[in-house]
Write a protein that binds this ligand. Structure first.
Ligand code: SF4
Length: 445
């Protein structure tokens, strides 16, 4: 748990020597508590202070890295609610295949998983993992399926079986893939920990309730293995929501280390809509790996968009680079539009211009990723700032058109923009981007 400034001060030398750049040890402690300084800046910090502050600085939910290159990060969360700060590592989405599926169905799913791409606000979204479930009892067939899934997709796997021997064999054939073995219960934990250690995979642990789960995780950690993921045993969306929330709150608010691990969930509702709702619940509260039962592009598009919204840092809006963007294949005479560099705004406006069937230039000045009204209120989207930007990029030399369309919400800047862009006609566009198409057809095209 995070320490307060006063708690940290008690660990410092209390000589007020100023070597760290602060006037007093208390002032330095306050900076440490606010994460605006590093303990290494105090040359006299004791070993005990380093140990205690080092442990306190660890995120309450342990970070786990998966994948052959360890690029898929789970956990490291520090807040219960996104608006407190930000969520750190987004829920990894996996699609399940099983040794009971037909070879054609398996090949089709693996191809879909490998090729899936969804572009949204400039971000390329892909499926993170493949889950391989053992439904039968053929150990060799399960291992062969795991091998095939990894070779075909190069994605880390979720290997799921109740048979430790099957998990051991599958884990060995995809050694180095940085996968997740599911799941160790009390009776089979010891051999599975050895398998996970030997093959470099993470291990999910499972128990009937949170007390037993915490005890099992603590026991495995005490034995020297800490790449753990929690597989909560729940039987309804309501129970899942409640149990996940209790586990996360225990880790974050009560410092319960044995529950401070990422989680995995296998979605298995009775129909596609309930599956999507259960997966949305995982993305919102607090799933780290969410295994979808089938490849369903409609559900994936919804879930990926939800995930993008929840895991975007609210303090750092997604931005596009400030510059002039061609929409379609504009010529020097094509009309010019202006909007802000908030990604969502940019993509909506450029999409609506494209929908109208014309080609145009879209001027996007630096607005710190704010939307139109917010940027205007903050003084970042004024007639003066837009005019200055157009001068800097030499818009006059790039286009022969002398008419620029501004968003209807900032009609009040048209006079100021006219002063700052002599020779240009300022046309006030609609307030909503959705009305751009009809506006363009009536007044621009
Ligand atoms: Fe205190 Fe260390 Fe800073 Fe000196 S360098 S004032 S001992 S915190």
């Amino acid at each position: 748990m995070a320490l307060t400034g006063l708690q940290i001060q008690k660990l410092l030398p209390k000589t007020n020597c100023k070597e760290c750049g602060s006037n007093t040890c208390l002032a330095f402690a306050m900076k440490l508590a606010a994460k605006k300084a590093e303990l290494s800046e105090c040359p006299d910090a004791s070993e005990e202070a380093k140990r205690i502050l080092g442990a306190a600085a660890e995120p309450p939910v342990r970070g786990i890295s998966l994948g052959p290159d360890r690029a898929l990060k789970l956990g490291e969360e520090t807040v219960l609610y996104r608006h407190e700060k930000t969520f750190v590592n987004q829920t990894a989405l996996a699609v399940n295949i099983s040794d009971a599926d037909s070879p054609d169905a398996i090949n089709a799913t693996l191809t879909c998983v490998k090729d899936y791409r969804l572009e949204r606000v400039g971000e390329l979204l892909t499926i993170d993992m493949v889950s391989v479930t053992q439904a039968g009892s053929d150990v060799a067939a399960f291992a062969a399926l795991a091998k095939k899934a990894f070779e075909q997709t190069a994605k880390p796997l979720v290997l799921r079986s109740t048979d430790p021997a099957a998990l051991a064999e599958a884990a060995a054939v995809v050694k180095g893939s940085g996968s997740l073995l599911c799941s160790a219960t009390k009776g089979i934990a010891k051999p599975l920990v050895d398998v996970a250690k030997e093959s470099g995979h993470a291990l999910a642990v499972s128990a009937p309730n949170l007390d037993e789960l915490a005890a099992l995780a603590a026991e495995i950690k005490a034995g020297g293995f800490n790449d753990l993921v929690l597989d909560l045993q729940t039987f309804s969306p309501a129970e899942r929501f409640q149990t996940s929330s209790i586990a996360r709150a225990a880790a974050l608010k009560a410092g319960c280390k044995p529950l401070g691990y990422p989680t995995v969930c296998f979605i298995s509702a009775s129909n596609p809509v309930d599956d999507a709702v259960a997966a949305a619940n995982e993305i919102a509260k607090y799933g780290s790996v969410c295994v979808l039962p089938t490849f369903d592009p409609a559900a994936l598009a919804t879930l990926m968009t939800l995930r993008l919204n929840i895991y975007t840092d609210p303090q750092k809006p997604i931005q596009v680079e400030p510059k002039v963007y061609p929409v379609g294949e504009p010529t020097r005479e094509s009309p010019v539009f202006v909007t802000t560099n908030f990604s969502l705004t940019y993509f909506i406006v450029s999409g609506e211009i494209e929908n109208s069937g014309i080609s145009a230039w879209l001027v996007v000045p630096e607005c710190e990723g704010m939307s139109v009204l917010t940027a205007w209120a903050a003084g970042k989207f004024s007639g003066a700032s837009i005019g200055k930007f157009c001068k800097e990029i030499e818009l006059d030399r790039q286009v022969d058109s002398r008419r620029i369309v501004i968003p209807g919400y900032v009609a009040q800047i048209s006079g100021e923009l006219e002063e700052n862009m002599p020779g240009w006609d300022i046309l006030v566009g609609p307030q909503e981007a959705a009305d751009l198409e009809s506006f363009i057809k009536a007044k621009v095209a």
